[in-house]
Design a protein around this ligand. Sequence first.
Ligand SMILES: NC(=O)C1=CN([C@@H]2O[C@H](COP(=O)(O)OP(=O)(O)OC[C@H]3O[C@@H](n4cnc5c(N)ncnc54)[C@H](OP(=O)(O)O)[C@@H]3O)[C@@H](O)[C@H]2O)C=CC1
Ligand SMILES: O=C(O)[C@@H]1CCC=N1
Length: 282
Amino acid sequence: MPPSSEIQASNPETIAFIGAGNMARSLVGGLVARDKPAAAIRVAEPVAELRDAMQRDFGVAVFVEGADAVAGAATWVLAVKPQVLRSVCAALAPLAQASQPLVVSVAAGITAAQLERWLGGDVAVVRCMPNTPALLGAGVTGLYANPRVGADGRRRAQALLAAVGATVWLDDEARMDAVTAVSGSGPAYVFLLAEAMQAAAIAEGLPAEAARTLVLQTILGAARMLTEDDADAGELRRRVTSPGGTTQAAIEAFEAGGLRELVADAIAAATLRGRQLSAAND
Ligand SMILES: NC(=O)C1=CN([C@@H]2O[C@H](COP(=O)(O)OP(=O)(O)OC[C@H]3O[C@@H](n4cnc5c(N)ncnc54)[C@H](OP(=O)(O)O)[C@@H]3O)[C@@H](O)[C@H]2O)C=CC1
Ligand SMILES: O=C(O)[C@@H]1CCC=N1
């Protein structure tokens, strides 16, 4: 392991991850499963169990200190919580100034301007918002590049995130909090629906294992129809809803309970929380 003070020439293929939590695991696992050489991935993480799991599961190099992980890496992925990102950047700022990496942040709320300032200024930053289905290559990521990111930096960020799912580039960074609220957090909303449907199925007398299979396959099948059928969500819903039938009874209960307003309120709350994370951690 090279000493952290040593500045190595950056390898454009080498990616350093700072943090080995849920999102980093999803990205690293997705990349390795899609033939990114494990030798080109370096991960820093203070928690020994998470570090060991990364090494064991994916064969990547692991480090305690971020400064050791970024040595020789042309792309740095910041995958720590927004609450600690400022101090993580402060520790890495001298190395960022010396080696001019492409910095890719997945942190909710934290702006590209904040990252650039915390890293000492004049740094190429791509702020992005992936989601955990990246682990299966089925993620989706919103990306915003600051003006310092050139064509090569965009290409590298695109290659990194496209390896684990779809990508959507935004010109207006202000919309990134909405991306976070919709697709970054979005898998949790579907998981919540699955939990609620399974609990309701059991309450109607179905055995737990049967409830699980029925609910999960229904969500998988519906997601496939949404992505593989030309019809939009409303039309697909109408095709299930026989007039005077069972689905209509359920949809009326959802509408009467204000489901659409509730979803809008939930996404607005998540969007606002993104803005608060930026202000609270500056
Ligand atoms: N989870 C998700 O679905 C998504 C998360 N994100 C974003 O990804 C980021 C990480 O989230 P998530 O993976 O869920 O969080 P986790 O808490 O699971 O992972 C972050 C990890 O980083 C570690 N860490 C803390 N300080 C350092 C440091 N100085 N150097 C290296 N590692 C450090 C933490 O250790 P310790 O616990 O000891 O602090 C923790 O293990 C967040 O900014 C979040 O907004 C974005 C999209 C989706
Ligand atoms: O809950 C969070 O703050 C992070 C960002 C998006 C998903 N998880």
